[in-house]
Design a protein. Structure first.
Length: 198
């Protein structure tokens, strides 16, 4: 029998194997099937904008920030991976670790719901980042608001374990520094990211 570790090592898409966890025995959440279905509907609805349909991400903001809720999904091989991700400070004004509301308003510093397509890479104030284009009425201002994927020091398993929550972004999908390259590589330009709550 091949162990899971050996299977991951032997698989070309090893980055899509089960997520790392900070401590033994922690249950890692699965992406809700309802959100995955909505994401697939959005992928069909925005087919002209989404060039690559082999992989996508679903961000489940109904979960608290302390748990992995950025779900990388391989639609061909069926592998899934869950990572930590911050939400916007305007979505959680009391910093409780839960997203309370979405907003598409410039200056709101909130997360926005809906379908995004990944765009180009660039180097900005947060280092290597990937631009996002909002495809729905609820996130149509993503480019004007400079909503991107970037790494942040306020996203880490250690912080989640210590404080029970992550820091907050200004609306961007901020991931852990150790996870950034995986996210950028897995979600190259032209792929869907679907953000919502159950």
């Amino acid at each position: 029998m091949i162990s899971r570790r050996n299977f991951c090592a032997l698989t070309a898409s090893a980055i899509m194997c089960a997520p790392r966890i900070a401590q033994a025995g922690v249950h890692l959440p699965e992406a809700p099937e309802g959100l995955i279905r909505r994401a697939k509907v959005a992928m069909d609805r925005h087919a002209q904008a989404i060039a690559d349909r082999d992989r996508m991400a679903v961000v489940d903001f109904s979960a608290p920030s302390r748990v992995p809720r950025f779900h990388l999904i391989d639609l061909v091989g069926g592998r899934r991976r869950a990572l930590l991700v911050a939400h916007g400070r305007g979505s959680d004004p009391d910093h409780r670790g839960w997203l309370e509301r979405f907003s598409n308003v410039p200056g709101s510093k909130a997360s926005s719901a809906g379908a995004y397509v990944t765009s180009d890479l660039y180097i900005g104030k947060h280092g290597r980042s990937r631009r996002l284009i909002g495809l729905d009425p609820g996130n149509s201002n993503a480019q004007a608001r400079a909503i991107v994927i970037h790494a942040a020091g306020y996203v880490s398993p250690a912080l989640a374990n210590e404080t029970g929550k992550l820091g907050r972004s200004e609306g961007c999908l901020a991931v852990a520094e150790d996870d950034l390259e995986e996210v950028l590589a897995t979600l190259g330009s032209g792929r869907l990211i679907y953000v919502d709550k159950v």
